[in-house]
Design a protein around this ligand. Structure first.
Ligand code: SAM
Length: 281
């Protein structure tokens, strides 16, 4: 039976192209087109935007993104076995889907895209986290993307949106929330995927802010946050000793008790401390 886009159901696509999921590529496919449409909608209004999709696999989310009106989808997929299935989608949406067979950690997609650009992906978790960190730490801000809509292991999603005082609060939360608005927009049980992974998943939506929430030099903030959370059980006067001379006085000036631990310090306080360390306050 054909589906709404005239293409075959995804289970049939997997059979036709003999796409048996490979563990080594982190392949857990989404085969429910209602669900992939819902994820595509959580990326916001796609009309008039180019979408960078990483790891399209058999193309469930790709079809959702195109059906939701993306101007163009650029999909980077490492597994060449997926190319014939993706070519069928490209034929159903003429001129709107470009596929690059390659490793998303190596390929530079920017030459193929026109702003505004949104990113959407259901990726293996390790690749997803590495790409997220890259996308959050470009040389210049604002970045090339307006928003990121990404599937993560639920625990990683919690780390992205965590607030001070939570056990999930750490570098990833600071990195994500300093220059973006981050929220969990959907939770998915293991059974939503084929094959089912061991853990629950969640979709995180990040919207780039035009400016950082609080001024600070990225390198200084990153150094402070790394040192603070590397030894998260230690008091900041000890964990930040190597960051700057006279760190106790600087913590005091930033309104942070030197006996405090990193997991209770707000983003605003970390940024203030970074400015003080840089002599900007
Ligand atoms: N997006 C599809 C879906 O939702 O059904 C597939 C999701 S599956 C979790 C991850 C996909 O990413 C697989 O198709 C896999 O081949 C691809 N992949 C894994 N590592 C990759 C990499 N480094 N670069 C590009 N694609 C990659």
């Amino acid at each position: 039976m054909a589906t709404i886009d005239g293409l075959p159901p995804l289970r049939e696509v997997l059979r036709t192209h003999d796409l048996v999921a490979k563990k080594s590529l982190g392949q857990n496919f989404l085969l429910d087109l209602n669900l992939t449409a819902k994820i595509a909608r959580s990326a916001g209004d796609l009309s008039g935007a180019d979408v960078l999709e990483i790891g399209p696999g058999p193309g469930g989310l790709t079809r959702g993104l195109l059906a939701e009106g993306a101007r163009k989808v650029l999909a980077i997929e490492k597994d060449s076995r997926c190319l014939p299935a993706l070519a069928e989608i490209a034929a159903a949406y003429p001129g709107r889907l470009e596929v690059i067979n390659g490793d998303a950690l190596e390929v530079d997609p920017l030459a193929h895209l026109t702003p505004p650009i949104k990113v959407a992906a259901n990726l293996p978790y390790n690749v997803g986290t590495e790409l997220l960190v890259r996308w959050l730490t470009p040389k210049d801000w604002p970045p090339f993307w307006d928003s990121l809509t990404l599937m993560f292991q639920r625990e990683v999603a919690e780390r992205i949106v965590a607030q001070p005082g939570s056990k999930h609060y750490g570098r990833l939360a600071i990195l994500a929330q300093w220059r973006a608005e981050a929220k969990i927009v959907m939770s998915l049980p293991p059974e939503a995927f084929t094959p089912a992974p061991k853990v629950h998943s969640a979709v995180v939506h990040l919207r780039a802010l035009p400016e950082p929430r609080y001024p600070a030099k990225a390198a200084t903030l990153s150094r402070i946050v790394a040192a603070g959370f590397n030894q998260r059980r230690k008091m900041l006067r000890a964990s930040l000793k190597g960051v700057a001379p006279d760190i106790e006085a600087k913590l005091d000036a930033a309104g942070i008790a030197p006996t405090e631990r990193a997991e209770r310090v707000t983003l605003e306080q970390f940024c203030r401390l970074a400015r003080i360390v840089d002599g900007q306050e």
